[in-house]
Design a protein around this ligand. Structure first.
Ligand SMILES: Nc1nc2c(ncn2[C@@H]2O[C@H](COP(=O)(O)OP(=O)(O)O)[C@@H](O)[C@H]2O)c(=O)[nH]1
Ligand SMILES: [Mg+2]
Length: 339
């Protein structure tokens, strides 16, 4: 069967194999938007609006933007029958529920972490975004937007700071005014790869998508408009087809970036600290003043920023706290469980 349109959205031989194993009379498709339990699903014959099965059965997984699914039609009503196993999934801790995870998007290859030159840079925020991206199984790329608002010196300075926080991670400097960096973003989405944008509201995510699309598909809004109006212009996670290949998921600005089950990704982001820890006298050294602590001595030598060590330890504590709560919830008498 010809699935050339789906190929643009990331359909490949591996998805075809997975789909072939599903016993169904339905067709494959990819979720481009989720809204109040209904989803837009891109199929070979266009976009259909489908109901999610998870509304009927609370136990099944709710679909997210980027999911590959099987949809079928009965009396002109489309339903999502199956969500194909996710290759990658970007999750954070649910900002409302203390002990739940919230998937943000599925099956993305690259996560673009957007930060604008027009606002103060916060290392802790970038570190959290990096953990989310690596934990998803995707490759993070930092995008420094609005380059036209900074001069060469400022650009170089921020670039240096970012590279210290995110060693080994590619940084792309972009501007929708001058067009710089847009081709590199396009390249990273080829051949038919999937990306998602992550960043604070006003970072320029939707503008970047529009620049790549060369249309005004995504609504954007000046950052300095009255707060009362609410600046979170993008309210759904939309997957958009990039003309030169691949897709990009635009997302609402994220305020809270709680970590969820992300130890390995955390160690990866702070590899400077975890590598140094191998030299500590005690295997379980917490780097809080134990004798023979190799991490502390690097801090004393000025090799590791003490604030970075603080942030690392905070995130370790955060993950340990969730772990502890989950254990307690398991132990609680059944009737008293909160969920
Ligand atoms: N000067 C300049 N402004 C930009 C650039 N990209 C975005 N903006 C502006 O930044 C504001 C927020 O952009 P938007 O795309 O809505 O941010 P989002 O919340 O991350 O989607 C808008 O006023 C945009 O016009 C850029 O490259 N240069
Ligand atoms: Mg937006």
């Amino acid at each position: 069967m010809d699935r050339s349109e789906l190929v643009h959205f990331g359909w490949d031989a591996e998805w075809a194999t997975v789909f072939a194993d599903v016993e169904t009379s339905g067709v494959p498709g990819r979720i481009s938007r989720v809204e109040r339990g209904e989803s837009d699903v891109v199929t070979e014959n266009g976009v259909v609006r489908a109901l999610s099965d998870s509304q009927r059965s609370q136990s099944s997984t709710a679909p997210v933007t980027g999911d590959w699914v099987v949809v079928s039609e009965l009396d002109e009503v489309w339903t999502i029958d199956t969500i194909l196993p996710r290759r990658t999934v970007l999750v954070r801790r649910d900002p409302g529920e203390r002990e739940e995870q919230q998937p943000l998007s599925a099956n993305v290859d690259v996560v673009f972490l957007a930060h604008g030159f027009d606002r103060p840079f916060r290392a802790g925020k970038l570190e959290r975004f990096l953990v989310l991206a690596w934990n998803a199984g995707a490759t993070p790329v930092v995008v420094l937007t609005k380059a036209d608002l900074s001069d060469t010196e400022q650009s170089a300075e921020l670039l240096g700071i970012v590279q210290a926080v995110a060693p080994g991670v590619e940084v792309v400097i972009t501007s929708i005014e001058s067009g710089v960096g847009l081709d590199r973003v396009r390249e990273l989405l080829q051949p038919h790869r999937s990306g998602t944008l992550l960043g604070e509201s006003g970072a320029g995510k939707s503008s970047l998508v529009n620049a790549l699309l060369e249309t005004e598909a995504q609504e954007t809004q000046p950052v300095r408009s009255g707060d009362a109006k609410g600046r979170h212009t993008t309210i759904t996670r939309d997957m958009l087809r990039i003309p030169t290949g691949g897709v990009l998921i635009d997302t609402p600005g994220v305020r809270a970036v709680g970590l969820w089950d992300a130890e390995d990704a955390l160690y990866q982001v702070f590899s400077d600290i975890t590598d140094a820890a191998a030299g500590c006298r005690f295997n379980d050294c917490a780097h809080v003043g134990e004798p023979g602590c190799a991490v502390r001595s690097l801090v004393d030598d000025g090799e590791i920023d003490p604030r970075r060590l603080d942030r690392y330890q905070q995130m370790i504590d955060e993950l340990a706290e969730i772990e502890q709560r989950l254990v307690e919830r398991e132990r609680a008498p059944k009737g008293r469980r909160r969920r």
